[in-house]
Design a protein around this ligand. Structure first.
Ligand code: HEC
Length: 169
C-alpha cells in the first residue's frame, strides 16, 4: 500500500469514528415502553427463560407446536403441564422411542441436555410451563439438582416406559 493511500484511509477512519454523535433530548419512558417490558402471563419474548428456550425451539419451534412426525408439541403436552420430575428428567437425559403427545405418536430421539446448568434447565422448563397456554407448576434450580442426583447413573435416553417406572427424586 502506498503512503498516500494509507493517509487517505486513516483520514477516512478518523472522520468516520471521530464525528461526535448528536445527543438527542432524552426520551422519558412512556406507557408503551412500560407495557412492553411488563411480564405477561402468555409468552415472554425475552429474559433468561426465552434465552434458554432458544436451544429447544430449533426442534419444538418458537410456537411450542413442534413439527408433525418429527418433534412433539410442548404446547398442551401432558409432561409440560404435569408433575415436574418427568419434565426435568427428559431434559437431562433425553427421550427415545415411541411417545404419544396430544394423540400423535412420535418415534424419534431427543439428545440429553445434562451439560446445561440447573439454572438454565429450570429457565427453559419454566418458559415452556408458562407459555402457549400451558399452566404447569414452575420448577426451581433445586428441583433440577434433586432429579439430576436421582438419575445420575442413567447412561442412556429414557424410553416412555422406563420413565414411568423410574425413581426420579
Ligand atoms: C434436536 C431436536 C430437539 C431439541 C433441540 C430439543 N428436543 Fe425435546 N424432543 C425432541 C424429540 C424428537 C422428542 C420426542 C422423542 C421421542 O420420540 O421419543 C422430544 C421430546 C421432548 C419432551 C417430551 C414431550 C412429551 O409430552 O412427551 C419434552 C418435555 C422436551 N422434548 C423438552 C425439550 C426441552 C426443554 C428442550 C431444550 C432444552 C428440548 N426439548 C430440545 C427433539 C428435540
Amino acid at each position: 500500500m502506498s503512503r498516500s493511500t494509507m493517509s487517505v484511509v486513516s483520514v477516512f477512519v478518523l472522520v468516520a469514528c471521530g464525528a461526535p454523535k448528536e445527543q438527542h433530548a432524552a426520551t422519558k419512558p412512556d406507557a408503551s415502553a412500560a407495557a412492553a417490558s411488563a411480564p405477561t402471563s402468555t409468552t415472554p419474548a425475552s429474559g433468561p427463560g426465552a434465552d434458554a428456550y432458544q436451544i429447544c425451539s430449533t426442534c419444538h419451534q418458537a410456537s411450542g407446536e413442534g413439527l408433525p412426525n418429527a418433534f412433539p408439541p410442548l404446547a398442551g403436552s401432558e409432561v409440560v403441564n404435569g408433575p415436574v420430575e418427568p419434565h426435568i428428567a427428559i431434559v437431562l437425559k433425553g427421550l427415545t422411542g415411541p411417545v404419544t403427545v396430544k394423540g400423535q405418536t412420535f418415534n424419534g430421539a431427543m439428545a440429553p441436555w445434562e451439560s446445561l446448568s440447573d439454572e438454565q434447565i429450570a429457565a427453559a422448563i419454566n418458559y415452556e410451563r408458562a407459555s402457549w397456554g400451558n399452566s404447569g407448576k414452575s420448577v426451581t434450580a433445586q428441583d433440577v439438582a434433586a432429579v439430576r442426583a436421582a438419575v445420575t447413573s442413567r447412561a442412556t435416553a429414557w424410553t416412555a416406559d422406563d420413565l414411568k417406572k423410574a425413581k426420579l427424586r
